[in-house]
Design a binder for this molecule. Structure first.
Ligand code: ADP
Length: 465
């Protein structure tokens, strides 16, 4: 099978979120399983051509290689991609994003032919690439090069759909009937919706999220369209890079440790307490929080529970950046409870390893969570996740009282949240029960290999149909 990965973000070239990790790592795992992959992304100004060994092969295309033999193509366009940001700047989204990503989609499809890529499957990601399935079916189905290509659209976060004014639709070549059938969304143009309607398969990043997005609560207005796709909506859990996140050989932590003997973790904890200027107490549980600071991640829930939480013998450490109001909120907790709350409101990947390793628990009270990586990372360090039962969190964290690897609350209220925290504190004091949970956490396997196998199965199924 020859698979084209089309994405607006791919590590290590361009990243604003988790989608970049998926699009940079999944191809490598697929290649190890014998698949033939190419990656095509916009040639943003920020990509260091020299460092990554890109050479120009056409006037508007550069090429490099990743993995053993995966060709990466950059679509160059000074006017569209020669800017500082991927999608916008301090004034907000670029006003011509529809033209920019329409151009990317069209040029990508042209390259299939020009470079004789013989693509069987095109795997698209989020709204930026959602026009590809539409072009395939509406404009290219008469051409032998494109006729048999199957398209998969992966949904990484339904909060981002590519909404544009209805008028912008005139810039696309599909006509009014297609607008009504696929793009129209409360009087606006919605690119993701069209991609969902036109792709052969819709994939999401966890089985639970695949179900949730077909409901009003989580569908962000697209639940009806998704329900109409029924069986074609598939959830495959994202994997984690198990080389980067490994308590046994992590270069970013001072004291490495293995599941069989986690005693050095106590030293990581003491170091973490020191760095956050908290009292160094071995028997006070530390709850870590590493996240974008947004409503999605549950900072508001923490806020409504904070007074109650602060009555417990507990320490909270925050590492995050995001919306200004959450920076203020967390800073005010630090000020009010300096013995119990510490914060570093920056993005610091290296330091995040110390938080994952040194904490006893990891807090992840997301209101929705397509997949979530942080809970999987925690499990690699014997740090017990405390999560809301939603999306990928529900698929990866099994409640402690069912022999599982974490603590799960099922009602999104401050009361239920405090209750699960109290429960966690009780179990923490019962050393035997707590080490059983830690053992469970180390047993989990969320590496890419298994997910990549599922994608191969999905591609094969897709070609058969
Ligand atoms: P999302 O993609 O919605 O932000 P995920 O849990 O899927 O959430 O992935 C978040 C990733 O970003 C994790 O690897 C987490 O460790 C990392 N991260 C988030 N905030 C920070 C930060 N301030 N510093 C370092 N790493 C962070």
């Amino acid at each position: 099978m020859k698979i084209a990965f089309c994405s607006s973000e791919v590590v290590p070239f361009a990243k604003t979120g988790g989608m970049a990790d998926v699009c940079g790592t999944l191809p490598l795992a697929l290649e190890k399983l014998g698949q033939d992959i190419v990656i095509i992304l916009p040639g943003y100004k920020s990509i260091d051509r020299r460092k990554f060994g890109f050479t120009q092969i056409l006037e508007d295309v550069s090429q490099s290689t990743v993995g053993r033999n995966i060709t990466v193509y950059l679509i160059e366009h000074e006017n569209y991609f020669g800017r500082a940001g991927l999608y916008g700047d301090e004034h907000g989204d670029y006003p011509d994003n529809l033209e920019r990503f329409d151009f990317y989609c069209r040029r990508t499809l042209e390259l299939f032919k020009e470079l004789k890529l013989k693509i069987d499957i095109v795997h698209c990601h989020d709204w930026q690439t959602a026009l590809i399935p539409v072009y395939l079916k509406e404009k290219l189905s008469g051409d032998a090069v494109y006729k048999k290509i199957k398209s998969i659209l992966s949904l990484h976060n339904l909060a981002y759909q590519g909404h544009f004014p209805a008028d912008d639709y005139k810039k696309l070549p599909f006509g009014n009937a297609v607008f009504q059938k696929a793009f129209e969304f409360y009087g606006k143009t919605n690119l993701l919706k069209a991609g969902i309607v036109y792709s052969d398969v819709v994939a999401t990043v966890s089985p639970q999220y695949a179900r949730e997005i077909q409901t009003k609560e989580f569908g962000a207005g697209l639940e009806g369209v998704l329900r109409a796709r029924g069986e074609s909506v598939i959830g495959i859990l994202n994997g984690l890079d198990y080389n980067t996140w490994d308590s046994r050989r992590d270069r970013n932590i001072e004291f490495t440790f293995a599941a069989e003997d986690i005693r050095p973790k106590a030293n990581d904890k003491a170091a973490l307490q020191k760095k956050y200027k908290l009292p160094v107490h071995a028997d006070v549980p530390v709850f870590g929080f590493v996240s974008r600071l947004s409503h999605q991640k549950g900072v508001d829930l923490l806020n409504s529970a904070m007074a109650e939480i602060m009555k417990m013998d507990i320490q909270l450490v925050f590492l995050g950046v995001g919306e200004g109001k959450y920076h203020q909120m967390i800073n005010s907790w630090v000020k009010q409870y300096p013995q119990k709350v510490g914060a570093k409101l920056v993005f610091d990947e290296e330091f995040s390893h110390e938080v994952y390793a040194g904490s006893d628990f990891f807090l992840m009270p997301s209101i929705y969570e397509p997949c979530g990586l942080s809970q999987m990372i925690s499990l690699r360090y014997g740090t017990v996740p405390v999560v809301y039962r939603v999306g990928g969190l529900a698929d990866t964290i099994v409640p402690h009282d069912q022999g599982g690897n974490g603590f799960v609350f099922t009602e999104y209220t401050a009361v239920a949240f405090c209750e699960i925290l109290k429960k966690a504190m009780d179990v923490y004091r019962d050393k035997e029960s707590f080490s059983r949970i830690i053992n469970e956490s180390f047993k989990a396997n969320f590496s890419w290999e298994d997910s990549a196998r599922q994608y191969v199965g999905l591609y094969q199924q897709c070609l058969k149909n």
